[in-house]
Design a protein around this ligand. Sequence first.
Ligand code: ADP
Length: 453
Amino acid sequence: MPLRATLLPLLLPAAVVALLVATLDTPQGAAAAALVTLAGSLMALGVSRGAMQEQLDTLTRHTRGRAEGATGAPAPGPEQLEEVASLGGAIDSLHAQLSAQNAALTQEARTLTAVLDGMAEGIWVTDAEGTVVRHNDALRDLLQPAGGHIIGQRPLALIRDELLHDAVMRACREGASTRLELALEGLFPRTLSVRVTPLGRDLPGSAAVFHDVTELRRLEKVRKDFVANVSHELRTPITAIRGYAETLQGGALTDAVMAPKMVEIIHRQSERLSELVEDLLELSRLESREVRLRLTEVTLAEAAARATDTVRPKAEGKGQRVSLHVPPDLRALGDPRAVEQVLLNLLDNAVKYTPPGGRVDVYGACEDGRCVVRVKDTGLGIEPKHLSRIFERFYRVDKGRSRDMGGTGLGLSIVKHLLGAMDGEVRVESQPNVGSTFTIFLPLVAPAKAATG
Ligand code: ADP
């Protein structure tokens, strides 16, 4: 019996129900008719199922017999061949559809993994119990878990933070999202901004995105400290100027002894104020790379001599001897004004932090293909714990002494920036109560250029 014929018993009762519902007008009558029809349908379905089963068995027998090469198997008739062909076609198209869907799903999963692993933020996904079931590469780099395992772990085992744990459980149980910031301690302390969200209505579990904000927070702190430092540095001379000006206004102007001293202090403080503003502007220009240095040949002996001339009056006032030992043919590639400013800042510090009667020596040499200039003093020296920080803005070993000596706390920071812009560098060696040596390195002028220059 062909498949088409097996469907007939099912279609007939349906037609009967439609006819009865149309002719009977009482609900009880219609219900009775429907019951009768339903019974008929079930019987018919039993018949048709049996017939269909028989049909399929015959087709299977035929097909298997043909496949095994059994010559005795009676060949199926043209109608049966048609049934096999259409069944086979349906199976093939189902298989093709499933294969395409499978390939699309595999591709999607691969894309998702690639996107997750390409992200700078760390991500983990948990199941409904809060256990991590998936994560990306960035999360591993961020957490560097002790045992190396992340999958299968609970949040508290990975990051000891109750708030994070609570946030994950709230997302899993209540579908609540949370934002929080974590401070990870250890060898490399990190600050992480975390967002925990539920996965979705039909998906139990949660996802957490970890954003490393360590550098951002550090920069914020640097900016805040800088503003606080600038305000403080500006306030000191301004307070002094205003105080003395008010005292003068209040009658001290006529005091022949005090008035000149106060005016002298006002003058000194206003000079300090303008030096501070100058240094700040210079530093800000250097940091924003606004200053374009003109790199050319610089004769270091000349630059050192000019810087020494500037500090000599101060050094002589303190009974110090400043000596130059720079070969006249030592030429660096740099910006003449910047090189002179670097040497001036170092010499000014050497004179400033060396007691009366001390010595300051400037040596020049060519070492390992670079120009080297050393500014050596017999001054107060710097304790080792301060050495790595003296090039920071506003860092002073002794705040009171630096200010009393007219320092802004920006000199060495400017030196470092200027040398950096000329492909050079600065280093320091120092011994408390013995003295300090600041060494600068600059590129040597290329021999061909030196010869023609
Ligand atoms: P300042 O304007 O205070 O001199 P700098 O940036 O030039 O600022 O120097 C930073 C700090 O480094 C100084 O406050 C001082 O404590 C220390 N320092 C710099 N040069 C010397 C030196 N030659 N001898 C001893 N200490 C020095």
